[in-house]
Design a protein around this ligand. Sequence first.
Ligand code: RUQ
Ligand code: CUA
Length: 633
Amino acid sequence: MKDHKDDSMEPSSPGRRRFLGATAAVGIVSAAGATGAGMLVRSGETAAASAGGASHSVKPGELDEYYGFWSGGHSGEVRIFGIPSMRELLRIPVFNFDSATGWGITNESKRVLGDNGGFLNGDTHHPKVSYTDARYDGRWCFINDKANTRVGRIRLDIMRTDKIVTIPNVQSIHGLTLQRVPKTERVFAAGEMIIPTPNDGRDLDDPSKYWTLMSCLDAETMEIKWQVIVDGNMDNCDTDYAGKYVGATCYNSSRGVTLQEMMGPERDWAVIFNVARIEEAVAAGDYFTIGDSEIPVVDGRGAEQNGSKYTVYIPIPRNPHGFNTSPPDGKYFVVSGKLSPTCTVVEWAKVDDWFDGKLDDPRETVVAEPEVGLGPLHTTFDNRGNAYTSLFLDSQVVKWNIADAIRSYNGSDVNYIRDRIDVHYQIGHLKASLACSRDVDGKYLSALSKFSKDRFLSVGPMHPENDQLIDISGDRMTLVHDGPTYAEPHDALMVRADQLNPMKVYKRDDPFFAETVEMAKADGITLERDNKVIRDGNKVRVYMTSVAPNFGMTEFRVKQGDEVTIVVTNLDTIEDVSHGFALVNHGINFEIHPQQTSSVTFVADKPGVHWYYCSWFCHALHMEMSGRMLVEA
Ligand code: RUQ
Ligand code: CUA
């Protein structure tokens, strides 16, 4: 890599350097494991800009303006930040095991984890909050699991995961996006890795028979409605603002299985799916199925002929990555070149023209292809017609004007680059406040930098990442915060604080623990009152209440080998008075927040006295909130 010092820092230069595609390809591959000298150089511009940070601080006791939803990467969770303070407010376990809340331990969480409760890892990339008329409606946050091919859904009233589904016929869900209008009824999940279909041992050595599929889920039921088989692979995806299309990038149009093969072609593509035509085909029975799966699969292949009835393949330079639709009206989408220094701007209305048969060449949907810098990955937007693209290799965010990029593409000699700012370092995703919705406000931008290098105290070989906050409200971008994060948020989005309305105390009829309440009812138990042990053969159900600083039962007796279910109902009604139930030497701990019922099932295999205690600090006598399980040999 070249040293940054050699490059012009003029924000108005169209690109910091021009180069051949091959050079970029070598650059990005070496940077993947790299410590290029150029990455360490900081410009004077950034140091000066950082000085302006104080005005964006949120004072103790003050509330933030936005909720930030951060994917937790291979931690498998989702995190909530306050923006602009960048304070971490909550971690929501999704695909991971969580010691604090008992996610993966309690019966309620195991029901959500389902058959996949055996997997304790996940890799979350793209959190998406549900919409009504392309505005955040506070119902759900959806999240993909790249590691185990799942999609999870978080209820935003209680901030807990309530559904997880495994997507069949594909491997690795990477891109995840939602229908915006009239509201989120469909969730789209892009399969990334190509595999034989069905993947039952056939065609192991014949990658020409490997495929992947786009899946559409019903947002309400989380059932998979249909899938579309495509050429190439799929990476990131997004929808339009009319409820008609979903599109995904493809970085492996050659369907290669090695890095060299995947980097081969000069152009890959973005594939666009015509949702209405796919659903008509499914309704008409014009589909097939794969292996044991009953999901209708529609054939969207045919890249050589530019697509099928259901799809169009728009050629895009070299291994494109991000796919982002421009707010507030969703007129364009921007695809980043990754190994090409360009972004490609496509007008959604021209995709209509394509499907209406008015165009001869899918490239006619392209209205601009600005040169933005090295390693463009993702693009976000303000409310003033500007786009902001992350440049992995340049470690920069570049701000460019969409209308001027279109003018330039049409031959005008106009400079579309508005500003550049260094980020620290090797940025992946970036997202401006409300930029995926009609309410885009052009105030803040989160820059998720993959390397932090020298920005923080050393904590050993694993460095934190650096999620930076940039003020984009003025003509020039200003860096206002460095936010170290633990492995490894990929993407983030901001929702205005007034757009969410989480509960402060559970309702007793919450569906999250309804099944446990049903079980109690069948045992003749009123959870809000009873402290009782029910024996049913060698199955023992222990029902107890908790009110700070007491468990309703300070001892219970079982026999060695009994299968014991402990159900705890927190009768405290005051917000914040959470209890926990930890059973010593049994690997059991879980949350019970005010008015919540939680339960756990285990085998009492060790005779003797086993203490349980409250693990959530709730009262001056919290230490004394305990009891004994007596196990008879
Ligand atoms: S991808 S660094 Cu998983 Cu969102 Cu682009
Ligand atoms: Cu209850 Cu601590």
